[in-house]
Unconditional design. Structure first.
Length: 185
């Protein structure tokens, strides 16, 4: 067989562009006893592919069985509406059981002494919280007194500014006297 033709077919084969007839031609070439040395590394590939294709023949009913299995898998085991009905019914049943259980747990026979005890305990707890809250507010009251002291300090700073202005006026008042004294000297 022409090695140039085999090289062309191999290029087409590795690009994925060969037809079945061309692939058979390549297999027939590699099944020969004498193959050029440059093609020996590829011999196992084509011999194996030839053996596999010859050994795995599917019977004629394979396609029919395959399509039947696909169609069976498409059919739902339970219809969608029935499944939704089952979900809703089980949800309602669970809710009814939960409500019945809650009514059985709650004892509705509460007497007057239990109510008074609950009231007294609640009142004592609220008084305790109120006392603690008042204790926490005492430092805040001290901050309010600090603010009053700061207001008094602001008044002192206003007084200090007034004194500075008065010093400026007395400096202006003293300048003419100094000028007269300097003139006389």
């Amino acid at each position: 067989m022409n090695t140039q033709r085999i090289e062309i077919l191999l290029d087409k084969f590795f690009e994925g562009n060969t037809s079945l007839r061309e692939e058979e031609e390549l297999r027939a070439f590699f099944l020969q006893k004498e193959i050029p040395d440059k093609f020996l590394p590829l011999k196992d590939l084509f011999v194996y592919a030839g053996e596999e294709s010859a050994g795995t023949k599917l019977d004629k009913s394979f396609d029919h069985r395959l399509f039947r299995k696909i169609e069976e898998s498409k059919k739902p085991a339970i219809s969608t509406y029935r499944r939704i009905y089952i979900y809703i019914a089980s949800g309602v049943a669970a809710t009814v059981l939960l409500v019945i259980g809650l009514f059985n747990l709650v004892d509705t026979s509460i007497d007057q002494s239990d109510l008074e005890t609950a009231y007294n305990q609640t009142r004592n707890a609220l008084i305790f919280v109120s006392e603690k809250l008042n204790q926490g507010m005492e430092p805040a009251a001290k901050v309010g007194k600090l603010n009053e002291g700061l207001q008094e300090a602001k008044k002192l700073s206003a007084f200090e500014k007034g004194m500075e202005n008065l010093n400026k006026i007395s400096e202006i008042n003293n300048k003419p006297k100094e000028m007269l004294i300097n003139k006389n000297n």
